[in-house]
Design a protein around this ligand. Structure first.
Ligand SMILES: [Zn+2]
Length: 77
């Protein structure tokens, strides 16, 4: 009697054995369901920034240090 390691299928919680063709899913169907979940909106991890906030942060013209007068220059004057 050899003991096979098993986990619960992430989709249907059925036992899946290590080495199974669709591991860690119990079947191809569950694997495809999981794939679909990840590509849909509901599985997206909510971050602290919204898409528009990220966009404004990556816009270089909104915070260009060259446009500001350097205070170190003034002190040398
Ligand atoms: Zn399953």
């Amino acid at each position: 009697m050899s003991e096979r390691k098993s986990i619960a299928c992430p989709i249907c919680k059925k036992a899946v054995y290590l080495g199974d063709a669709e591991f860690p899913f119990c079947s191809e169907r569950c694997r495809l369901i999981d794939l679909g979940n990840w590509s849909s909106e509901e599985y997206r991890i909510p971050g602290p920034l919204t898409d528009s906030e990220m966009e404004s942060l990556s816009r270089p013209e909104e915070k260009r240090p060259e446009d500001r007068p350097s205070e170190e220059w003034r002190r040398d004057d």
